[in-house]
Unconditional design. Structure first.
Length: 58
Protein backbone atom coordinates (compact mmCIF):
# COMPACT_ATOMS: atom_id res chain seq x y z
CA UNK A 1 0.00 0.00 0.00
CA UNK A 2 1.38 3.40 -1.00
CA UNK A 3 0.91 6.30 1.40
CA UNK A 4 1.28 9.89 0.25
CA UNK A 5 2.68 12.43 2.67
CA UNK A 6 2.73 16.17 2.19
CA UNK A 7 6.28 17.32 2.89
CA UNK A 8 5.46 20.99 2.36
CA UNK A 9 4.20 23.15 5.23
CA UNK A 10 1.02 24.56 3.69
CA UNK A 11 0.80 27.32 6.31
CA UNK A 12 4.09 28.84 5.19
CA UNK A 13 4.30 30.67 1.84
CA UNK A 14 7.26 30.06 -0.48
CA UNK A 15 10.35 32.27 0.00
CA UNK A 16 10.85 35.02 -2.57
CA UNK A 17 13.94 35.05 -4.77
CA UNK A 18 14.04 38.86 -4.63
CA UNK A 19 11.93 42.02 -4.44
CA UNK A 20 9.10 42.93 -4.41
CA UNK A 21 8.32 41.45 -1.02
CA UNK A 22 4.94 41.14 0.67
CA UNK A 23 4.24 43.32 3.71
CA UNK A 24 3.89 41.83 7.18
CA UNK A 25 0.21 41.79 8.14
CA UNK A 26 1.08 42.92 11.68
CA UNK A 27 3.78 45.59 11.38
CA UNK A 28 3.88 46.34 7.60
CA UNK A 29 7.63 45.61 7.36
CA UNK A 30 8.88 43.68 4.31
CA UNK A 31 8.75 39.90 4.66
CA UNK A 32 10.80 37.15 3.00
CA UNK A 33 7.78 36.17 0.89
CA UNK A 34 6.82 37.26 -2.64
CA UNK A 35 4.40 40.16 -3.03
CA UNK A 36 2.27 37.97 -5.30
CA UNK A 37 1.50 35.53 -2.44
CA UNK A 38 -2.16 35.69 -1.42
CA UNK A 39 -2.47 34.96 2.26
CA UNK A 40 -1.10 35.87 5.67
CA UNK A 41 2.57 36.88 5.60
CA UNK A 42 4.68 37.77 8.62
CA UNK A 43 8.14 39.32 8.82
CA UNK A 44 10.82 37.26 10.64
CA UNK A 45 10.35 39.23 13.89
CA UNK A 46 6.55 38.87 13.99
CA UNK A 47 6.84 35.24 12.87
CA UNK A 48 9.13 34.53 15.84
CA UNK A 49 6.86 36.43 18.26
CA UNK A 50 3.80 34.55 16.98
CA UNK A 51 5.62 31.23 17.45
CA UNK A 52 6.42 32.24 21.05
CA UNK A 53 2.75 33.08 21.70
CA UNK A 54 1.46 29.82 20.28
CA UNK A 55 4.16 27.54 21.75
CA UNK A 56 3.04 24.92 24.25
CA UNK A 57 3.59 26.27 27.75
CA UNK A 58 2.92 22.92 29.46
Amino acid sequence: MSEDYCLIDAARPPRADGPPYAECVLCREPTEYPESYKGITLCPVCEWQEAQRTACSG
